[in-house]
Design a protein around this ligand. Structure first.
Ligand code: FES
Length: 149
């Protein structure tokens, strides 16, 4: 890893410990992050769900439409672990034979990159430009609203 990458990487924890606990949350450079270890792969994402800010920490991991997803415990929204896409199943009443199928809402949850260096796990925060809905739950405005409840 070169110096530039090191500067943009944030230490999350020891690989073996995260594998044991399966999940870890960390406050990283102003963001609440969730790192998950699932079947040999690490995933990192904003901790708060794009829908209404629920914590994804205890969300089940399930496959829908051939996509691995985390299911938000609050209202069961499904978020792909690959892209942070919100997906849902519905029927189109205009179809001749309305049949339930999966639809995408596009990218809703900001996902981050994970890197392992010598048994340590680092997160590299997403630099995807533009507003992603989960960004709202990382703002000071949201934190103030939450603390005043
Ligand atoms: Fe996650 Fe509503 S807060 S589904």
């Amino acid at each position: 890893m070169d110096d530039i990458e090191l500067a943009e990487s944030y230490f999350i924890g020891k690989k073996e410990e995260i594998i044991k606990t399966k999940r870890i949350t960390k406050f990283v450079h102003g963001r609440d992050i969730l790192v998950i270890h699932h079947k040999g792969t690490f995933y990192a994402m904003d901790l708060h769900c794009y829908h209404a800010g629920g914590s994804l920490e205890n969300g089940d991991i399930e496959e829908f439409d051939n996509k691995l997803c985390i299911v938000c415990p609050s209202h069961k929204y499904k978020i792909t672990l690959g892209e942070g896409e919100g997906i849902y199943k519905a029927t189109n009443p205009r179809d001749d034979v309305p049949t339930p199928r999966w639809y995408s809402k596009g990218i809703k949850q900001r996902m981050h990159a994970v890197k392992e260096v010598d048994g340590d796990i680092f997160v590299i925060l997403s630099s995807m430009p533009g507003w992603i809905e989960s960004d709202y739950y990382q703002t000071e405005k949201y934190r103030k609203e939450r603390s005043s409840c």
